[in-house]
Design a protein around this ligand. Structure first.
Ligand code: PEP
Ligand code: MN
Length: 353
C-alpha cells in the first residue's frame, strides 16, 4: 500500500503520518519526489488502515500495491534513483560505461586496460578476481591479490572499480577494495549473499539470472534493499533461449520494462548478452537506444590470450573507444549524457593490436 500526500506537505506532517502508520505495527518508507512525497507501507497492514489514512489531512490518495517487491518498485519511489560514487552519477540521464577484462590477470594487464578505459571516457574499471566458472578445472581467478591489483589500477587512472563477489564471507573484503560489487547471473538467487549485501552500503550491480523473470529479478533486488542497502543497479546480461548462435539472448525489452517497474538504474551487458565481439557494438547502441542508464563491456588488450574464454566477446581498446564516441552522439537523442571527457586519439598510440 502507498500513501500519496498533497503537494507541499510539511516535513512535520509527513512525520505524523509515518508515526500513525507505524503505531499499527507496520513499517513506513518515505520517498520524497520532485512533486510529491510517497509513503510506502511494508508489512501486513490492518484492513481498516487504508480507509483511516484516506480520511487524514494532507493525504491525497491511498493505493493498494499487489506486487511482492516494494522498495524496488516505482510505485514506492516514483523518481529515478541516482547512485553517486566519488562524484560519478549512475542513473537518470547520466550515462556510465564500465569496461575492462573478464578477469584480472596480473598488475601490468589491469593497469594498461585501466589506462585505455579512462582514455576512452569510461568511468568504471571492471574485472573479476573471483570467477564463477561453469567447470571446476577452469581458471577461477587470482583472488584477493587481484582485488588489490585492480584497486591500484583504478586509483592510478581515476576510475571507479567493479568486481564480482560470490559468497557472503567475501563481501567485506571485496567492499574494502572495490567501489561496486557485482552479483553474477549464477548467484542472482543466492539469498544469503543478497542478505549480506543488504548490510553494507557499497553499491551493488545485480545481474539478472539467465533463466529469471522480471518479477524474480526485482524480488532479488528487494532482498538487498530490504536489508538496508539502497544502492542497487539492475543488469540485463542475456537470458537462455533456444538460440545457439549467440551465447545468450540479450533481452532488450527488459530495459524499458525494468525502468517502468522500478526506479533503479538499468545497465546492459552486451558482452555476456551475445558472447560475440562483432555483436557488442550494435547491441551496446541498441541498449542505449532502448534507454539503458549504462553499459558494462568486456575489453582486453590481448583477447586471444585472455585467461577466461571471454576473449571472444572482448572488444579491442580502439573498438571500445570508437564505440564510446558513437554512444555520446546517440545519447543526445535519447536523453543520456556522459559526464566525463574522452582523451584525444594519441592516448591509444602506444597500444598496438
Ligand atoms: C562477468 O561479468 O564476467 C560474468 C561472469 O558475468 P555473468 O555473471 O553475467 O555471466
Ligand atoms: Mn566474463
Amino acid at each position: 500500500m502507498i500513501v500519496i500526500t498533497n503537494k507541499n506537505v510539511s516535513e512535520e506532517r509527513i512525520g505524523e503520518i509515518v508515526q500513525y502508520i507505524e503505531k499499527t505495527g507496520v513499517k513506513a518508507h518515505v520517498s520524497r519526489g520532485e512533486d510529491r512525497t510517497v509513503v510506502g507501507i511494508i508489512g501486513q497492514a490492518e484492513p481498516t488502515l487504508a480507509e483511516q489514512l484516506r480520511q487524514m489531512k494532507d493525504v491525497e490518495n491511498v493505493i493498494k500495491i499487489s506486487k511482492s517487491y516494494k522498495l524496488a518498485s516505482r510505485d514506492f519511489h516514483p523518481d529515478d534513483t541516482i547512485i553517486e560514487i566519488k562524484g560519478v552519477k549512475i542513473g537518470g540521464e547520466h550515462m556510465v560505461v564500465m569496461g575492462g577484462p573478464c578477469a584480472v590477470e596480473n598488475p601490468e594487464q589491469i593497469d594498461e586496460i585501466a589506462r585505455l578505459v579512462k582514455a576512452a571516457g569510461g568511468q568504471v574499471l571492471r574485472g573479476g578476481a573471483f570467477k564463477p566458472r561453469t567447470g571446476p578445472y577452469s581458471f577461477q581467478g587470482v583472488g584477493v591479490e587481484g582485488l588489490a591489483m585492480m584497486a591500484e589500477a583504478g586509483k592510478r587512472h581515476g576510475l571507479l572499480t567493479i568486481t564480482e563477489v560470490m559468497t557472503p564471507e567475501y563481501v567485506d573484503v571485496c567492499a574494502e577494495y572495490a567501489d561496486i560489487l557485482q552479483v553474477g547471473t549464477r548467484n542472482m538467487q543466492n539469498f544469503d549473499l543478497l542478505r549480506k549485501l543488504g548490510t553494507v552500503q557499497t553499491p551493488v550491480l545485480l545481474k539478472r539470472g539467465f533463466s529469471s523473470t522480471y518479477d524474480e529479478f526485482l524480488n532479488a533486488a528487494e532482498y538487498i534493499l530490504a536489508g538496508g542497502n539502497p544502492n542497487v543497479m539492475l543488469c540485463e546480461r542475456g537470458i537462455r533461449t533456444f538460440e545457439q548462435y549467440t551465447r545468450n539472448t540479450l533481452d532488450l525489452t527488459a530495459i524499458p520494462v525494468l525502468q517502468q517497474l522500478s526506479h533503479l538504474p538499468v545497465i546492459s551487458d552486451p558482452s555476456h548478452g551475445t558472447g560475440r565481439r562483432e555483436l557488442v557494438e550494435p547491441m551496446s547502441k541498441a541498449s542505449v537506444a532502448a534507454g539503458a542508464n549504462g553499459l558494462i563491456i568486456e575489453m582486453h588488450t590481448d583477447p586471444d590470450n585472455s585467461m577466461t574464454g571471454d576473449g571472444v566477446q572482448s572488444l579491442f581498446p580502439d573498438q571500445f573507444a570508437a564505440l564510446l564516441k558513437d554512444l555520446e552522439k546517440l545519447g543526445e537523442l535519447v536523453g543520456r549524457r556522459f559526464d566525463t571527457e574522452k582523451a584525444p586519439a594519441e592516448a591509444f598510440a602506444t597500444w598496438k593490436k
